[in-house]
Design a protein around this ligand. Structure first.
Ligand code: URA
Length: 302
């Protein structure tokens, strides 16, 4: 039986269900219990964004089909507290001013110890920076050493290139909002691990739901895969739009469009791809109705 397999299974499941709710997944089903891997039997391996407009790769659409099973067949909670009743409204949800709402999210985050990154040498939490009314939001992977030292995303070398990209688009850094999938520096700049992304991303979803940008640019594969819950190479992820709307966000807001481009750190290593990244940004500019300054319109950012 479930409770004899893993101690603390219930809080772990509740946390997991909360995360799926943040992604817009509400329907779960229970397979007949055949193996002791109960968690995998009840919950899927991969989370799914609920609002992708385009056809999904087969494995993902299979997964979404599984998730579409009727709510009435949801796994009944066997204990005293239902794990499906554990979601409380976020503190900022009734607040109209995004400046106040963002500060409430920051307050909720606190001196976060929710994942192991807090014990792995982070100096501070890097929440996000920019215009709370921004039409355009950039999402990177996670803070590096410079960001960890300064408490602001994209302030190192990759940040300088991102600034140039923003400028080439005819915008200023203060016009956009910049955040990351994880808010604490992974040690040695390693890729953030799945549990770290899962723990942190509800806060990013709340930031997006607050700012309500018209467009989001995912910088690099880690950001793209985490936001879209798609496991595809960059060549497949780029060059198209995705509809993106965090669960629980304002029903009168139609949601964002999300584009994927190369991470500036990758572009520093392989500058030949800057032209491709510039094409991605031009797609975003067209959607936002932004005219690039004359010189930048012809040349990719340096
Ligand atoms: N790389 C990222 O993904 N984010 C930052 O904030 C800085 C570098």
């Amino acid at each position: 039986m479930a409770h004899t397999l893993v101690p603390n299974l219930r809080p772990a499941l509740a946390e997991r269900v909360r995360y799926y709710h943040e992604l817009g997944i509400y329907d779960f089903y229970l397979r007949p219990l055949q193996s002791p891997r109960l968690v995998e039997a009840v919950l899927p391996e991969e989370p799914s964004a609920s609002s992708l407009s385009a056809p999904l790769p087969r494995s993902q659409s299979d997964f979404r089909e599984e998730m579409a099973i009727r709510k009435s067949s949801a796994a009944p909670a066997t204990g005293k507290v239902s794990i499906f009743e554990s979601v409380t409204p976020n503190s900022e949800q009734s607040v109209a001013d995004p400046v106040v709402a963002l500060s409430l999210i920051r307050q909720d985050l606190g001196d976060c110890t929710r994942c192991k990154l807090h014990q792995q040498g982070r100096k501070q939490i890097v929440f996000g920076v920019g215009n709370p009314h921004a039409e355009l939001m950039f999402v990177g992977e996670g803070p590096g050493a410079d960001e960890d030292a300064q408490g602001e995303p994209f302030v190192g070398r990759a940040g300088q290139l991102l600034n140039n990209m923003i400028k080439a688009m005819g915008l200023r850094r203060e016009d956009v909002y910049i955040a990351n999938i994880v808010k604490c520096r992974p040690p040695g700049n390693r890729t953030p691990e799945r549990d770290e992304c899962e723990t942190c991303s509800p806060f990013l979803m709340r930031q997006i739901a607050t700012i309500k940008p018209k467009a989001i640019v995912a910088l690099g594969a880690v950001a793209a895969k985490n936001l879209l819950a798609l496991n595809a190479p960059m060549s497949e992820l780029r060059g198209r739009w995705y509809d993106f709307k965090p669960a629980g966000s304002d029903p009168s807001w139609p949601g964002s469009r999300l584009a994927v481009t190369y991470h500036p750190a990758f572009l520093l290593r392989d500058p030949r791809q800057k032209g491709e990244a510039w094409k991605d940004l031009q797609m975003v500019m067209k959607y936002l109705g932004i005219e690039a300054p004359k010189k930048a319109a012809e040349e990719p950012p340096r």
